[in-house]
Write a protein that binds this ligand. Structure first.
Ligand code: NI
Length: 211
């Protein structure tokens, strides 16, 4: 998911980096501490259409990738990033939808709230929906109004390898659904008519040829 002009949640910067889900967790020995910005895969790269495979174990390489994805997401800036957007067809993603009270928060009070979800599975969807204009770091410049449930429950493995369940609403629920779509090879343009979708795909194919 990419930042939206409608909210400043995405513009938070210069905040101390806190690795996701680490609060209160025992310190983990790391072989590497540096984080890197990863290249983001763009349409029409076929990897975006490939359903991702489950993660089999949480190891140091995965933790490093999660940290790199967070760094990449903040730098973009964006509010979510799925593994296939950085070229990895495994089921994990990172999100940061800020605080619950994000609607009126200014940059001074805004805090980072990174969450890493491994093998996420949306186990329940609320009946109330809303339409939200979404962007995507793999489709720069494209905005699509997508209708999704406002409340979800997602089960996932956290970065300590523990199963977790999270009830999410608002922006966080929207972003998690957007990123889980990515892991299934689905993009926001799939919510458009096939005519509009093919126009956008053609435009990106042309851009890729020119690059
Ligand atoms: Ni996206």
């Amino acid at each position: 998911a990419k930042s939206s002009a409608a909210s400043d949640v995405y513009k938070r910067q210069a905040r101390p980096q806190r690795r996701c889900d680490r609060a209160g967790a025992p310190k983990r020995r790391r072989t590497r501490n540096s984080m890197s910005i990863l290249p983001i895969v763009k349409l029409p790269d076929p990897i975006l259409r490939q359903p991702a495979e489950p993660v089999e174990r949480v190891d140091d390489a995965l933790l490093q990738t999660l940290d790199d994805m967070l760094e990449t997401m903040y730098e973009a800036p964006g509010v979510g990033l799925a593994a296939n957007q950085v070229g990895i067809t495994r089921r994990f993603l990172v999100v940061d939808a800020g605080n619950d009270s994000d609607e009126g928060a200014d940059e001074e009070t805004a805090q980072r709230n990174p969450i890493c979800l491994i093998n996420p599975e949306i186990v329940s969807l609320g009946t109330v929906t809303r339409v939200y204009e979404e962007g995507c770091l793999s489709l720069p410049g494209v905005r699509v109004e997508v209708e999704r449930p406002t409340e979800i429950t997602v089960r996932y493995i956290d970065r300590d390898g523990h199963p977790r369940e999270l009830d999410a609403d608002g922006l966080l629920a929207t972003v998690i659904q957007h990123e889980v779509d990515h892991l299934d090879g689905k993009l926001i343009i799939d919510y458009l008519s096939s005519l509009k979708r093919s126009m956008i795909v053609r435009r990106f194919k042309k851009l890729a040829r020119q690059a």
